[in-house]
Ligand binder design. Structure first.
Ligand code: GTP
Ligand code: MG
Length: 329
C-alpha cells in the first residue's frame, strides 16, 4: 500500500491529473492514508488563492464560477470545488446543470471536483479544506469553492477562503432587511446577478447603502469596503469586473497583512482539530477510560454522581497513564 501511495505522489508531483484525482479521493475519505498524503504534500501547500462563492440556491453561483474559472485558466491551473447538499434520497452529490467550461476543462486547465456535504444542509463537506490543499499543492493558482449559503456554511467558507464572494439576485429577498444578516457580514465582494431582471439595481443600491452605514461614506484607505457588482452570468456579462475585484482583494490581503492573519487562523483551527481528534481517539481506545465511562454511566443513573465528575475522572485516569500513550506513540 505504502509503495503505491509513493507512486501516486510521484505521479502527482509530475502533474498527472489522474494522480491528483486519486489523492483527492483519498483525502476526501479521511483516515490514516489521507493523513499520509497531506503530510507528504505539506511543503507544497499554501500558494493558492482560495475564493469562496456563496449565496442563496439558484443565484447563479455555478454559472459565475464557470465563467471566472474559464478566464483564469488562460494563465493558471484553476481548481473548482462545488459542495452540493447531500440528497436525502440518493445520498450522493447533486450536480446542477453546469454550463460547459469548454476548452479549458478539456485541456486540463480546470480541475473540477464536486463534494457531497455531509454535515448540516449546505454545510461544507468534512474534508473540504483538505481537498483544496491537494489542489493547491497540485499547482492551482486559484481554487474556487462554491457553497450554498444556508446556515453554517457561510461561516465555514469565511474561515477557509481568502476572499468570499456573496452572490445575490433581485428575487432573493425584496429588500436587504429580509436578507440573512450572515451573508451581509461575510462578503468581500458582492455580486448582484441576474441583472437582466427587475430590481437588480435597487438591490445593489440597498447593499451600498448598508455598506455606507458600516464604513461611512468616505472609505478608510486601510480597510476593505466590499464592491457591489452587477452581473448577468448566463450572458457572460460582468466576468472581467469580478475578476478585477478578486485581484484587488487579493492584493489588499497581501499588503494589509490580512492574508497572513487568515492563513494563521486557518492553521490554528486545523491544528486544534487535529489535537482534538488525536485526544479523542486516544481516550476512547484506552481500556481504563472506557471502563470508567461504562461504570460512570450507571453511577449517574443511580444518582450517585454527576456527568461532570465522571468526565473529570475519566480524563484524570487517562492522563495518569503515560505508559499506554508512549506505547502507542
Ligand atoms: N436570468 C438569468 N438567469 C441566470 C443568470 N445567471 C444564471 N442564470 C440561471 O439561473 C439558474 C441557476 O444557475 P446556477 O448557476 O446553477 O445557480 P447556483 O447558484 O449555482 O444554484 P445552486 O448551486 O443550485 O444553488 C440557471 O438556470 C442559470 O442559467 C442571469 O444572469 N440571468
Ligand atoms: Mg451551483
Amino acid at each position: 500500500l505504502r509503495a503505491s501511495l509513493d507512486d501516486w505522489l510521484q505521479r502527482f508531483r509530475a502533474g498527472e491529473r489522474r494522480a491528483a484525482a486519486r489523492l483527492i479521493s483519498i483525502v476526501e475519505d479521511g483516515g490514516d492514508e489521507a493523513r499520509d498524503v497531506l503530510d507528504a504534500l505539506h511543503p507544497a501547500i499554501g500558494r493558492a488563492n482560495r475564493v469562496g462563492i456563496t449565496g442563496p440556491p439558484g443565484a447563479g453561483k455555478s454559472t459565475l464560477v464557470d465563467r471566472v474559472a474559464t478566464v483564469l485558466a488562460t494563465d493558471t491551473l484553476v481548481g473548482v470545488v462545488a459542495v452540493d447538499p447531500t440528497s436525502p434520497f440518493t445520498g450522493g452529490a447533486l450536480l446542477g446543470d453546469r454550463i460547459r467550461m469548454g476548452d479549458a476543462l478539456q485541456q486540463g486547465r480546470i480541475f473540477f471536483r464536486s463534494l457531497a456535504s455531509r454535515g448540516s444542509l449546505g454545510g461544507l463537506s468534512l474534508h473540504t479544506s483538505e481537498v483544496v490543499d491537494v489542489l493547491d499543492a497540485f499547482g492551482c493558482g486559484t481554487v474556487l469553492i462554491e457553497t450554498v449559503g444556508v446556515g453554517q456554511s457561510e461561516l465555514d467558507i469565511v474561515e477557509k477562503a481568502h476572499t468570499t464572494v456573496v452572490v445575490l439576485v433581485p428575487e432573493s429577498g425584496d429588500s436587504i432587511q429580509t436578507m440573512k444578516a450572515g451573508l451581509m457580514e461575510i462578503a468581500d465582494v458582492f455580486v448582484v446577478n441576474k441583472a437582466d431582471r427587475d430590481g437588480a439595481q435597487r438591490l445593489a443600491d440597498e447593499i451600498a447603502a448598508a455598506l455606507d452605514l458600516r464604513f461611512g461614506r468616505r472609505p478608510d484607505p486601510a480597510s476593505w469596503r466590499p464592491p457591489v457588482l452587477l452581473a448577468r452570468a448566463r450572458d457572460n456579462d460582468g466576468t472581467p469586473e469580478l475578476i478585477a475585484a478578486l485581484q484587488r482583494h487579493r492584493d489588499w490581503c497581501a499588503t494589509s497583512g490580512e492574508r497572513r492573519r487568515k492563513d494563521r487562523r486557518a492553521l490554528e483551527s486545523r491544528l486544534r482539530d487535529l489535537v482534538h481528534d488525536a485526544v479523542q481517539r486516544e481516550v476512547w481506545s484506552d481500556a481504563a477510560a472506557t471502563r470508567l465511562f461504562a461504570q460512570g454511566l450507571q453511577a449517574i443513573e443511580r444518582g450517585e454522581t454527576t456527568p461532570y465528575r465522571v468526565a473529570d475522572s475519566i480524563v484524570r485516569e487517562w492522563t495518569k497513564q503515560p505508559a499506554g500513550r508512549e506505547r502507542r506513540a
